[in-house]
Design a protein around this ligand. Structure first.
Ligand SMILES: CC(C)(COP(=O)(O)OP(=O)(O)OC[C@H]1O[C@@H](n2cnc3c(N)ncnc32)[C@H](O)[C@@H]1OP(=O)(O)O)[C@@H](O)C(=O)NCCC(=O)NCCS
Length: 261
């Protein structure tokens, strides 16, 4: 099958209403949900390393959910599972064995190294490196230029990827060192170097990052009001957009911080 000079494998499963731009390459092992748009020059289902060595190797399935928007020049490898309403910027690379939830966005020039998990409603802004095996829970936002690392003594085979708890915010150009476990609702200030575990709700900054205060003390400079937990003050595109975070927590049997009680 060929659409506007794209090559779409006849074995790929393409949903209803899917639009595919020019010069795309959609491999055999790809399933695309209904109404998803794949913009120009994208490669979906990029073969894994083993398939170059072994002709009989069957690349694992890549699934991309419904109503997604894959912008131009994205390369998404075989063997990842991506939910509905997924959005990318341009020139994104997503390696194999990522499990990505629903309503996730991954900005321009992000590099996701695979074998990790990204929860629902997570937002990755541009130019972010997510090392292999990282776990980002629901509603984690990561800002431009952040680097997650997994090898304490490079080069080695002992990888300890970081984990980031629900609702945490990782400020621009922060670097997270291997094995760091960042709790829920934490706030990592721009440019921080995180070398150890960060407890829930803590704002850290500096190199090495130190706990400065409870993020719930921080006020928004425009409103003068306390800003965190941020879901009480930000709802665009979030599931509480129409009802507010308080009501959302009640409806979903969560505590006031949106966590399981
Ligand atoms: C974390 C943050 C919200 C702190 O806000 P705040 O509590 O209002 O901070 P203040 O300006 O009152 O600073 C508190 C202290 O922390 C220090 N500090 C704040 N941010 C810092 C940072 N990024 N790195 C190092 N120190 C920092 C301040 O210098 C100050 O120290 P002092 O008491 O010795 O003077 C803010 O600095 C920040 O980094 N925001 C994220 C920006 C970002 O990445 N946005 C992404 C969207 S593009």
């Amino acid at each position: 099958m060929s659409v506007l000079n794209s090559h779409i494998s006849p074995l790929a499963k393409i949903g209803q209403g899917v639009k595919i731009g020019k010069l795309c390459l959609i491999h055999d092992n790809v399933e695309i949900g209904d109404n998803t748009i794949v913009s120009d020059f994208c490669t979906l289902g990029e073969p894994l390393h083993s398939s170059y060595k072994n002709q009989d190797y069957v690349n694992p399935l890549l699934t991309i959910g419904q109503n997604s928007l894959i912008r131009s020049h994205a390369v998404i490898y075989a063997g990842s599972k991506i939910g509905n309403n997924f959005q990318t910027g341009h020139r994104v690379t997503i390696r194999e064995n990522m499990i990505i939830g629903h309503n996730v966005s991954v900005g321009t020039l992000c590099d996701l190294q695979g074998f990790g998990e990204i929860g629902n409603y997570a937002r990755l802004h541009s130019n972010i490196f997510i090392c292999q095996g990282s776990i980002l829970e629901d509603y984690v936002f990561v800002y431009p230029g952040v680097t997650l690392t997994d090898d304490h003594t490079p080069p080695s085979s002992h990888l300890r990827p970081p984990t980031i708890g629900r609702y945490s915010q990782i400020g621009a150009k922060a670097t997270i060192l291997p094995g760091s476990k960042i709790g829920c609702h934490a706030l990592i200030a721009a440019g921080s170097l995180v070398t150890r575990n960060i407890p829930d709700f803590m704002m850290v900054s500096g190199n090495p990052a130190k706990i400065i205060k409870d993020a719930r003390e921080i006020k928004n400079r425009e409103t003068g009001e306390r800003h965190y937990p941020w879901p009480y003050n930000f709802s665009r595109g979030m599931p509480w957009q129409d009802i507010g975070f308080k009501e959302y927590c009640v409806k979903n049997n969560l505590n006031e911080f949106g966590l399981k009680a």
